[in-house]
Design a protein around this ligand. Structure first.
Ligand code: ZN
Length: 411
């Protein structure tokens, strides 16, 4: 059995849950193993199978009468490290958005959609009076990466953006699953042409918010045994959007390895890995990733649906890695309070059970695209909640500290 720091945690959890099943002959805690990932073959539908076009209906309404904590705002002013607010280039847009943030208790956000060039300049200019609430990041673009001189050119644009007020850089999953070399292979995070990019972030001590890889179900064959299909994706015959199985995309292992290399090659660059580095399918792997790379932090956006179906384990995990985990939502100005923001707070702050996870993605039929199930809360202690909500984010964005402290004092 491989050894890892998260193992005792898993053993402790299972000991509580499974101790009723130990045999009389056994002494000491029961032996706990982690099953391997299912094979591609085991998820694959039979040869000749085709999606029927049947639309998956919304989730059934539960008839359980379970306690519900009355909650609409985050307990402390949260810094939401993962927000897409593309249209923030007027005073009115900022004012409306900040009103929403106030109503849900978000102290500040990172707007990952700063873009580059003149567009970025417009966002920064309109955002100047609101920079105590909205941190704008330059958005990485691999356009032109195969042309000579690209590394210095893009690093130069980063430098310009940082000097103009961008507080970090966002990299989307197109790095690894989108941008290609002239021979058609996919460019990965450890490509030497990116060294100048990661180095520029280190030079200005700005975080790189990086999303690489994707939900694990997207790497598996489409069919009823795939959790994503069960939730309602890919039901239209021929729809293979963002499914990476057997159609020329790299495996998730290739992308994960490249990301490891990137962290190793650039120890002075601070990376905030979006969506728990997409490793929430394997807590042991995520623990090893964090243990290996001190320059890696993670944020939790679009993972709550999975964290919330193993609440005991993830509670212990987040408490153990309380200095490395940031709050993020993947939200935008058009998200609803009840179906999006509140479930985040309910998950992190309460022990409520079996409630709908944040509706980040809806299928055509209205079911939650990230998973056709409900979740339970982890009731984090205040000391950990404060770190996840703002302390860890403020290490990356120290210029927001005054704003968050003022908001804390005003509560
Ligand atoms: Zn996002």
């Amino acid at each position: 059995m491989r050894r890892s720091p998260v193992r005792p945690l898993l053993v402790a959890v299972c000991f509580v849950v499974c101790s009723g099943h130990t045999s009389d002959l056994q002494t000491g805690p029961p032996h706990v193993t982690i099953p391997p990932m299912p094979t591609m073959e085991s998820i694959k539908p039979p040869d000749g199978w085709q999606a029927t076009g049947h639309i998956v209906p919304p989730m059934p309404v539960t008839l359980l009468r379970l306690p519900r904590t009355n909650i609409t705002r985050a307990k402390f002013p949260a810094v939401d490290f993962h927000v897409h607010a593309g249209g923030l280039n007027t005073q009115e847009a900022y004012e409306t958005f900040i009103k929403l943030l106030d109503s849900v208790g978000v102290g500040a956000v990172v707007n990952l959609n700063g873009t580059t060039g003149a567009k970025l300049d417009a966002v920064l200019k309109a955002g100047e009076p609101y920079k105590d609430r909205v941190a704008t990041f330059i958005t990485f673009s691999a356009d032109g990466i195969n042309e000579p001189g690209w590394p210095a050119r893009f690093a130069g644009e980063m430098e310009r953006a940082f000097k103009a007020g961008a507080l970090g850089m966002k990299v989307a999953k197109g790095l690894g699953l989108g941008a290609t070399n002239p021979d058609g292979t996919y460019i990965q995070a450890d490509d030497p042409r990116l060294d100048a990019v990661w180095a520029m972030a280190a030079k200005y001590d700005r975080p790189v918010m990086i999303h690489t890889s994707d939900s694990i179900g997207r790497f598996y064959p489409i069919g009823p045994k795939n959790e994503r299909f069960e939730a309602g994706l890919w039901h239209v015959p021929g729809d293979v959007r963002e499914n990476y199985y057997d159609n020329g995309f790299p495996s998730h292992e290739v992308i994960e390895r490249a990301r490891e290399n990137m962290h190793r090659k650039h120890p002075r660059t601070r990376f905030v890995n979006a969506h728990l580095a997409m490793l929430y399918y394997d807590p042991e792997k995520l623990a090893k990733f964090l243990d290996t790379h001190p320059n890696a932090d993670v944020e939790i956006s679009a993972t709550v649906q999975d964290l919330g179906r193993a609440p005991r384990l993830w509670r212990q995990f987040i408490i153990k890695y309380q200095d490395r985990v940031l709050m993020g939502s993947d939200g935008s100005p058009d998200r609803g309070v009840d179906d999006f923001w509140t479930p985040h707070w309910r998950y992190l702050e309460t022990y409520d059970e079996y409630f709908a996870h944040p509706a980040q993605l809806r299928t055509v039929g209205g079911s939650p695209g990230h998973g056709r199930w409900n979740i339970s809360g982890i009731g984090l202690p205040d000391s950990v909640l404060r770190k996840v909500y703002y302390e860890n984010a403020l290490r990356h964005l120290p210029s927001l500290r005054d704003s968050i402290m003022k908001q804390l004092a005003g509560r």
